[in-house]
Design a protein around this ligand. Sequence first.
Ligand code: R7I
Ligand code: MG
Ligand code: MG
Ligand code: MG
Length: 346
Amino acid sequence: MSITKYQGCLLGALIGDCMGAPFEMSYFGRNGIKREIILNKLSKTLEKKESTFGYTDDSAMTKSVAHSLLKNNGFSRTDMARRFRDDYIKEPFRGYGGGVVSIFQQWNTKEITDDNVYLPSKHQFDGSGSFGNGAAMRVAPIPLFAKSPDQCIEIAQRAAQLTHYNKHGINGAILQALAIFHALQSKKDNFKVDEFLTYLKKQMKTIEKASKVKIGHHKNENENIEEYAKSENFSYCSQLEVIEKLISNENTDLKTVIEQIGHDISAMTAVPAAIISFLKNIDNGFEEVLYYAISLGGDTDTIASMACAIAGAFYGAQDIPKLWIEKCEDSDILVDMGEKLYQVHS
Ligand code: R7I
Ligand code: MG
Ligand code: MG
Ligand code: MG
């Protein structure tokens, strides 16, 4: 594996977040966002010398995960939690999810220990845990650090549970981690979409066999987040089957993808939306993955971040436009972290 795949993955996560954020939630329609609108809005920042794209919670937490893994040479639940909390306190304006902030506040009332660190996340949403996409959105450094799929699954699960104790919140993070792990190992010239999906389905089948999930009936201010009710019967395996079906027809339009997969702040819709954005554009390159992910609308920063993290791990940093990298806040830090995560394996 080359270093540029590691750097490409983290740069992808950053760029998707930074360039997707200007569209987040503003176009929640079921028809997606038109390409001209996306190009037009992005070009304003890309063309103006002094303008840059700032990142949101997605990248803030991705950086915390990477720092923590590198510093501890592995997963430390207390260290990662402290970094999440401290980074939030330093920069609370990054657009964090509505529920997760209360976990940071609880961690701030007493010392975080091995015994108490998981308590706040277990109590979220009336004890059902959060199924927001926040554990998946920050997972990219884990598959870069892991030496095997099993280690990747194990760390993704424990890291997710710090804030998302819901089965779907956790399993969404595992699925995103495995998609990156597989993309990192893959070669551009012999990648097979069906093998990728078969691999993910096989892994998720085992993982999803675990305990039943309870869904809390938390009232949402945003009425457009419509997918939650479906979640009693939900499985990632069935989402992967829908992806397989949608991919097999070249003419599948945006509206159908949005209707059948979803695009909101739940892990259940956002992770599959990211995976289909990558797969549908596998022959078109990194830039097209970003445009497609944004065009789905909804939770654009997170879907684009996750799609581009997979794409960056697949293509490598050399396939990402230099200007895009330069325009995104702290891209030099992500490049450096990619190098350090690469060195873990040498
Ligand atoms: O998952 P999380 O970190 O949010 C990430 C999202 C990304 O789009 C970021 O870009 C940022 O904008 O936020 O934060 P959580 O607060 O755990 O979950 C996000 C939202 O999902 C919550 O505020 C709830 O609206 C919803 N949600 C639930 N609703 C009902 N019942 C999560 N879990 C539940 C639930 O069990
Ligand atoms: Mg965000
Ligand atoms: Mg947000
Ligand atoms: Mg988001």
